[in-house]
Design a protein around this ligand. Structure first.
Ligand code: 9MR
Length: 370
């Protein structure tokens, strides 16, 4: 995956402005009455992100289950810093049904139980994707052993079973993930080829049947701002809603790279608002901002700007209900394994020390007063 359509340059002046905000440890907000005699007490721009975000925006992280089990510092930080968690991998199909008919929700159950203890909500990720599908399924389709009719039944069973298992415990589900390509066409996947485009509506209907209270999301990358790809999602959402399909939200993953530059906040807001105008919630679901290694001060400052754009875009939208980062420490990140020579995409470094991006998120959340 590459973010390639966004503007390449990051203006140094803009970066400096962001750094100045991020470096501000204390800020004074104007009084509610506007009177200089009634200035509010200084707002502390410090403390866990979940506290600064308050009750109106859920601030989440993807959780690496292996790290959560093995690393107490990581586990503690997941609990204190965030109000929402997403299983980075352990709710995906290849994990929950490693053999046909054998369900294994043990790891996901552990994360859900821990979230409950920590007073956190859980985002479900993900029910239908072209990646991390179990080998028995892809092999069966490839050999012709699993026919399209049978495959539709298998998909239905998978969704009813998984969503049913977590019924009442998941507030937002990424029902379909990455179903449109960068040109704005339905992505050529096993699902489209075998089942035709109706699999998307089916997936939402089955998920809704299994947990009528969960908010059901479309989710993809390269859809943060206005683009042919986000246009295609807008059209897809309209079509689904016109067929009374229970789709409730649009999730923009937010995988950025400093070398590509970022959207403007206004662009993100304009995009999110058009989905909100359809009656949908919006969310940033997988934010991270990678860079070509090694890091340096300029790249780390640009990274802070990337996180700031996404967070402000969410805060300035009307119904952006959750903002999730795709991991929070460079110690455990998918990036170096996928993009050779790139890394350092998260808010904290490998020793869990705050980077400018973390300070930026603190400042933006505190100043937004949420
Ligand atoms: O972070 C996940 C990584 O551990 C997996 O190996 C990878 C498999 O493709 O998936 C990563 O998470 C992806 C997410 O599920 C969907 N959007 C893109 C994420 C990063 O690739």
């Amino acid at each position: 995956m590459k973010v390639s359509h966004v503007a390449p340059a990051v203006a140094p002046a803009v970066v400096m402005a962001v750094v100045l905000v991020a470096a501000t440890l204390y800020a004074v907000l104007p009084s509610a009455t506007g009177s200089p005699d009634h200035m509010q007490a200084p707002v502390r721009v410090d403390g866990p992100l979940r506290d600064l975000a308050g009750r109106h925006l859920l601030v989440g992280t993807a959780v690496d289950h292996a790290a959560f089990t093995a690393d107490p510092v990581y586990r503690d930080r997941v609990g204190t810093e965030f109000s929402s968690v997403t299983a980075e991998n352990v709710m995906k199909w290849e994990v929950v049904e490693p053999e046909r008919g054998v369900r294994d929700y043990a790891a996901a159950d552990e994360l859900v139980a821990a979230a409950k203890r920590n007073g956190q909500r859980v985002r479900g990720h993900t029910l239908v994707w072209h990646s991390q599908v179990p080998a028995w399924l892809t092999d069966g389709v490839g050999s012709g052993e699993i026919t399209p009719t049978e495959l539709r039944g298998i998909l239905r069973r998978h969704i009813l079973d998984e969503v049913g298992h977590f019924r009442g415990k998941i507030y937002q589900w990424d029902v379909v993930n990455e179903v449109i390509d960068d040109e704005g066409n339905l992505r050529d996947t096993l699902w489209l080829r075998e089942l035709g485009p109706g699999y998307i509506a089916d997936a939402f209907r089955w998920a809704h049947q299994a947990d009528p209270r969960a908010k059901l999301f479309l989710n993809d990358y390269n859809v943060e701002g206005l683009s042919p790809k986000s246009d295609a999602y807008h059209q897809l959402a309209r079509d689904l809603l016109a067929q009374r399909v229970p789709v409730h939200g649009f999730g923009a993953q937010g995988h950025y790279g400093v070398q590509y530059g970022f959207h403007s906040t206004a662009d993100v807001v304009a995009n999110f608002r058009r989905f909100e105008d359809l009656g949908l919630e919006t969310a940033v679901t997988e934010a991270d901002v990678r860079m070509i290694m090694p890091t340096d001060t300029a790249k780390l400052q640009a990274q802070a700007q990337g996180y700031g754009v996404l967070l402000q875009g969410c805060l300035l939208s009307r119904r952006c209900t959750s903002f999730t980062v795709w991991g929070f420490t460079d110690k455990y990140s998918w990036v170096p394994g996928f993009f050779e020579g790139e890394g350092a995409a998260n808010l904290l470094d490998e020793s869990f020390a705050a980077k400018p991006a973390y300070r930026e998120m603190q400042a933006v959340l505190a100043l937004a007063g949420r």
